[in-house]
Design a protein around this ligand. Structure first.
Ligand SMILES: [Zn+2]
Length: 172
């Protein structure tokens, strides 16, 4: 089976009506880890981004890729490598606090991805316990044909699936 992925921009509507945009560089990385082949293992990493001044918009500028100590299988990804935390600190320091840790991503071997019960448990835990500069964390799942995003609030861990702004990524 062959899947064709349109390389267009991907944007979502945040619960506060701001726009979440994935820049082209991180989008290329996410697309690279789509589990199109049966041998492809799950991948994941952190989302690094900016809160756009005088707006509710957020831009994902960078994402980290799987590292050697991360645990990867066809149906699971566990971020174990210290590289991800190192990159968060490095980006934050180098940009004088402009680039922040804003969430996490991982891939699924599903056409249109949905979080597993383990994902939901993990997302709630992270949004509650992680240190971050916003009222919610963003979680992205990269499916075979589509990329989906959710927010989970710090205050009560409520999960909202974000609507896509620009059409479908799928092409026939
Ligand atoms: Zn998952």
């Amino acid at each position: 089976m062959k899947f064709v992925v349109k390389k267009e921009k991907v944007e979502f509507i945040l619960p506060n009506r701001g726009i979440l945009k994935i820049s082209s560089e991180p989008l290329k990385i996410l697309n690279k880890f789509r589990q199109i082949d049966i041998s492809n293992r799950e991948a994941g990493g952190v989302l690094l981004g900016r809160f756009v001044l005088d707006s509710d918009n957020i831009v994902i500028d960078k994402v980290t890729s799987p590292q050697s100590k991360d645990r990867r299988s066809r149906f699971a990804f566990k971020k174990m490598d210290s590289y991800h935390q190192h990159r968060i600190t490095q980006e934050w320091t180098e940009t004088g606090g402009k680039i922040n840790y804003i969430g996490e991503w991982h891939s699924h071997p599903e056409i249109n991805p949905n979080p597993s019960s383990l994902d939901i448990q993990e997302w709630k835990r992270k949004s509650k316990e992680d240190v971050y500069d916003n009222s919610f964390l963003i979680f992205i799942i990269v499916g075979i044909e589509s990329i989906s995003a959710w927010t989970v609030t710090k205050v009560d861990q409520s999960i909202i699936k974000l609507d896509v702004v620009h059409g479908k990524e799928k092409t026939e």
